[in-house]
Design a protein around this ligand. Sequence first.
Ligand SMILES: OC[C@H]1O[C@H](O[C@H]2O[C@H](CO)[C@@H](O)[C@H](O)[C@H]2O)[C@H](O)[C@@H](O)[C@@H]1O
Length: 421
Amino acid sequence: ACGGGGGSDTSAEAGSGKGTISVWAHQGQKSEDTAIQNAVKSFNSSQSDIKVELKLIPGNDYTKTVTTTDASELPDVMEFDGPTMANFVYNQKLAPIDDYVSAKTLDNATGANKAQGEIDGKHYGLGQYDSGLGIYGNKKLLDAAGVKYPTSVDDAWTADEFTAALKALKAKDSDGKVLDIQENNGLTTEWGTYGFSPIVWSAGGSLLKDGKAEGSLDSPETVSALKTFQSWKSDVDPNTDGNAFAKSRVPLSWVGHWMYPAYSEALGDDLVVLPLPDFGNGPKTGQGSWAWGIGAGSKNAKAAGTFLDSLLNDENVAAMTTANGAPPATKSALAASDLYKQGGPLQLFSDQLAKPCGDTDIAKSCVAVTRPLTAGYPTVTAKFAEALNSVYGGADPKDALTKAARSIDQDFSDNAGYEIP
Ligand SMILES: OC[C@H]1O[C@H](O[C@H]2O[C@H](CO)[C@@H](O)[C@H](O)[C@H]2O)[C@H](O)[C@@H](O)[C@@H]1O
C-alpha cells in the first residue's frame, strides 16, 4: 500500500526560468545513456541561462528510488516508467507540465504518448518513445527446421502453433533450448509484467477489470494460458550471458523493440520480427514507456519545461530512438523514422501500435494494450509478476493467480480503490 497518497494539488513553483536544475534518468543500455548525456551536454552548451545536472540511476532500482524518496528531495525533472505515473501523481511527486512545456511540444506528441501522460485533463509527463513487444526470429534456423512463421500481425501463430514450432525447432537443436524469454532480466521485475501480460490479454483476461482482479486475472482462460506458458520452460535457454539469440544459440527471442539494435547488428538480413502468439482473443502487445515529468517540489518548473522542450525535439528523439530502436513518440520523429515506416524493419511494431486497446477494452480486434492506469499499479505488477514467476517455477497456475488476485483486491480495498481526487 502507498500510504499518504491521494492528494491532487501538486503544482510546482514556476521560478525564474534560470539557474541550475536537477534531472534524474534511468540508466538503460549504454547507447541510451550516451544519448541522454549528449542531450544534456548540447542543451547546456546551447545557452547560458539554465544548467542541467544529470544523475543516472540503475534501471532496476529506479522506480524503487523515486518511490522511497520524499517529494521534497526529488529532482526538478524526472524520468518515470509510464505505468508508474498515476502512483507518483497520487503520492504528489509529479506536477502538471501543461504550463511549462510549449504548445508545440504538446501538439507534436503522439496520441498514445499524450494519453499515457494524462490524468483528468492534465499532463504529467511526455515520453521520447513508445514501446512494442514481439518475437524475433532467426530466419536461417527457422528455415533449416522447416518452420513456417507469421509475416504480419494478421497471421500470428496460435499458442498451439507456437508450441508446435518449438517442438520442430527442438528436433534440430543440439541442447533442445530454442527460446529466449529474457530470463536473465528476472520475471519478478517489470519485465515479467510487461513481457507476459499479453498472454493474459490474448486469453481474454485482464490484470484488473473495473478495479478488481478476481474474475479476470484468475479466469479459467487465463489459468489455461499460463499453463501453456509453463509448458514452454523446458525449451527456454536461461540466457545467463544475455547472448542466446544474438549468438544464434536459439532461433526465437520473446522480447521488445529495445533488442533490435543489437539483434539486427548480429543477424543482419536473417532477423525477422513476429507478433506474440494468439491465445484466442487476438495477438496482443504491451505499449507505453519511459517518460519525463516535473517534480512536484520543483522551485524552477519554467526552466524544467524549457529542458523538456529540448529533450522532446526531433534531434534528441531521433538520437534516443536510434540508440534503443524504440518507436518515436513524437509525430515528426515518427514520420521521419526509417525503422518504423511501411516496409521498414520494425513495421510490425508500428502496425501493432496502430491498433490500440487502451487499458480497459481489450477486444479481439485491437492489439496494443496499455498497462492498468491506476495509482495501485505497483501492487498489480508486483503480485502478477510474483504469480508468473511461481508458475514458471512449477506452481499451480490456478492457485498462483487466485492468490495474486486476492492480494490485489485486498490492497485496493485497503486504499479505497486508489482514487485520485
Ligand atoms: O525503449 C527502451 C526501453 O525499453 C525497455 O522498456 C520497456 O520494457 C520495460 C520492461 O522491461 C517496461 O517497463 C517499459 O515500459 C518498456 O518501454 C527497457 O526496459 C528500458 O530500460 C529501455 O529504456
